[in-house]
Design a binder for this molecule. Sequence first.
Ligand code: B12
Length: 266
Amino acid sequence: MAMSQENEVLLENLAKIREVLSEEIGFEVHPFKVQWYNELVEEKYRLPYDADTIGVAVISTPDMFEKAFKEYLATGLYQSGPPTQKALIYYMEKVQKILPETDVRCYFDKDEEKGIYLILTQTSTHVAGGAYYYQRRDVTNDPWDKDTKIYGFSIHPRYGGWISLDAAIFLKSLRYRDLPKREPVDCVPTDKERIRLLKMLNEDGDYWGVRDIIPVEKKYTEEHIKYLKSSEKEQENIAKKMIENLNSEDMVKKMIGNMKDEFNLF
Ligand code: B12
């Protein structure tokens, strides 16, 4: 396929994915080439796809919980199991349905086989240009002992650490050799701030503080934070309560609607 044609096909596919995973309801999608990912990770993490295969990194922004998740709960499809994970599966199945011609394979952050996570979402989101993955390797004056394992963290230019890197989609039947590479925004550019970030995460266990390492446009709501701090069982109960609330909100809206009709009010 000629380059312009490949570009067109990709843009069409991306537009369709964005109809489902829209920014409006709390998603961002960023395309990347499998080659960019495979060049960085150790062999055991390499994806079994051709270098020119297109992957799409999916970021959940703070609106995901407020919009996409609540929309999913309102469908009445939720029964049991990890609620936000179930919501993601619901949206990914929608993507698969909307792209019947493309061989779509979705990976989730927790997908694991033989003790190996199938996709390292911090790396995939970084190579796609979605959020900068700050690691020990990004610090020049490294203060740590060489044997200490230091975990890294991804920072989004608009939402800082208030994001979740939950999935990647592979469009297996699409190849695009000349996909332009977008570098992620380096929003924590100084050594001092990068060290502060990694210290908060690895020494202080300040997992909420790291999210505010840069000023942000939007954060998680109290309800969302409470949900994340809860155990899996509690999360199920929270989701069920949310469904009840959504239903009663719906009922109130319907009642007001009926009253308006009946009395010709407003
Ligand atoms: C296992 C796991 C854990 C484990 C181990 C932590 C870890 N980072 O390994 C535990 C249970 C401890 C954990 C805890 C937490 N986690 Co966690 N965890 C994961 C998970 C599922 C896999 C991570 C993993 O095993 N990586 C394997 C190692 C080897 O990867 P790596 O260190 O990145 O090394 C690779 C890169 O360096 C790359 N590479 C090499 N060279 C280069 C060069 C460049 C430029 C680049 C980009 C890459 C690159 O190659 C290496 C592999 O060969 C990911 C989701 C996912 N599927 O990716 C979430 C994830 C990392 N966790 C996340 C979170 C939020 C947390 C917690 C804050 C949750 C909490 N509230 O408790 C804590 C924080 C703990 C901490 N100190 O970091 C988020 C981080 C989001 C972000 N903004 O970065 C993720 C992405 C999940 C998500 N859905 O968003 N987690």
